[in-house]
Design a protein around this ligand. Structure first.
Ligand SMILES: Nc1ncnc2c1ncn2[C@@H]1O[C@H](COP(=O)(O)OP(=O)(O)OP(=O)(O)O)[C@@H](O)[C@H]1O
Length: 401
């Protein structure tokens, strides 16, 4: 089958003029970036549809890229033909003749141009009759056909397609503004990042590390996770925060059962400074209610006091098993399961407070001046941009830590 187009139907889209334009422009540029290896293709957009003009490129390879792009409801490889009914008849016949294993079919016509000289029923009959007359042994089955040939009659042309391939849904990455993702090496935060990109967020990642307590291998883990997220968005900027001094001071000055609460508050403070520098408007975390001591409601209440920036928690109501399912789908689970230490696990107290009190943590922190160390951590951030295909191996010259 020689398809010349892929016809893309938009996902959830606000009908308001300006938002619609923003959505379409963003989706178009994301599609162009995802398809840049196909040199001949062109992408055209109008209010209701987008078209990838294949110009000879393999439609299957292009389709496999399109399935991962947020903002696409579904899409169909399509043949474009002139509006003249004789031309449509010939194209429909060619389309069906070209497929093997089709013994039943139906025609499903939609007219967005109501001025077309034939209504949808008439087009269904004309094309159906033509196919029945010219292909031996084929019959119509309206309930369960082998092929539903969709015919879209538009102002500029008629499009024929036989297959609807589901898209990833969501909103185009970048359509909803920018946030920073607190990315650990664990299972949850990459999934939180993926889901927030699905709602159109552009993400920059922040990772806290504490050398020499955390190793090169835990660094590699985070870089690899970023590479997976970059496969969705085209690229990811990662900010790596030197956190050792802050953690040491916490260990020294804060009572042991409150060190975890204080560590989280300091992480949030530093992440918020990076957010501000990067002109982002929210912080995303991988927290899920009740999962661990730091994720009880009391803990979140005590920790969240560190900022009044919106903290988005896409996984808050999800069970671990469902989070792991998504981690498997986005191919991050195996990376997250690598057994290397994270700065939090290294310093985790034996009995962290599961119901910390704001007053108490404020009281303990009031004896310690963290301001200078927060400043140093923000100033010591190393930033690296990661692309999907980039292989980052240990010792390849990326002297991050
Ligand atoms: N080293 C780190 N760097 C950046 N963010 C972190 C780090 N450690 C934890 N976080 C953030 O805090 C959230 C809660 O972390 P915590 O270790 O309590 O939970 P978790 O369930 O193990 O999460 P994850 O699976 O994402 O590590 C993480 O999802 C992440 O957003």
């Amino acid at each position: 089958m020689i398809y010349d187009h892929i016809l893309i139907r938009y996902g959830e889209i606000s009908t308001k003029g300006k938002n619609r334009k923003g959505f379409i422009d963003k989706l178009k540029s994301n599609i162009k970036r995802a398809l840049q290896e196909f040199k001949s293709i062109r992408v055209e957009a109008d209010r209701d549809r987008m078209y990838v003009l294949l110009n000879g490129e393999d439609h299957k390879a292009v389709a496999s890229k399109l399935t991962g792009i947020f903002g696409i409801q579904n899409f169909s490889p399509a043949m474009k033909t002139e509006r003249d009914i004789e031309a449509v008849k010939e194209s429909a016949l060619a389309y069906v003749s070209d497929l093997s294993g089709i013994s039943t079919f139906k025609i499903n016509t939609r007219r967005s141009d109501k001025n077309y000289p034939y209504n949808t029923d008439e087009v269904n009959h004309i094309l159906g009759g033509h196919i029945l007359q010219n292909i031996e042994g084929i019959s119509v089955n309206v309930k369960n056909p082998d092929l539903t040939l969709r015919v879209e009659i538009r102002k500029e042309a008629v499009y024929l397609s036989g297959e609807i391939i589901p898209g990833a849904g969501g909103l185009p990455v970048g359509n909803s503004g920018k946030a920073v993702l607190m990315l650990s090496g664990g299972i949850d935060s990459p999934v939180a990042g993926y889901l927030s990109m699905k709602r159109g967020l552009d993400l920059e990642c922040v990772h806290f590390h504490s050398p020499p307590f955390t190793s090169e291998r835990s660094k590699q883990k985070v870089l690899d996770l970023c590479r997976k997220l970059a496969a969705v968005s085209g690229r990811i900027t990662l900010h790596i925060v030197p956190f050792t001094d802050i953690q040491k001071l916490i260990q020294k000055q804060i009572p042991e059962n409150y060190t975890m609460t204080s560590t989280r508050r300091l992480m949030l403070r530093v992440a918020d400074r990076i957010r501000e520098n990067q002109k982002a408007l929210a912080i995303v975390t991988g927290e899920s209610l009740g999962q661990v001591a730091s994720q009880t409601l009391e803990s979140m209440f005590a920790i969240n006091e560190a900022t009044n920036t919106p903290v988005l928690r896409p996984l808050i109501t999800m069970d671990k098993i469902d989070i792991m399912k998504i981690a498997t789908e986005i191919d991050t689970l195996e990376i997250s399961n690598r057994p290397y230490e994270d700065c939090c696990t290294v310093f985790t107290p034996a009995n962290p407070k599961t119901k910390p009190k704001r007053e108490k943590v404020n009281f303990y922190e009031s004896f310690v001046d963290f301001n200078e160390l927060v400043e140093q951590a923000v100033n010591g951030v190393e930033t690296v941009t990661i692309y999907p295909e980039q292989k980052i191996e240990e010792g390849d010259g990326l002297d991050l830590f």
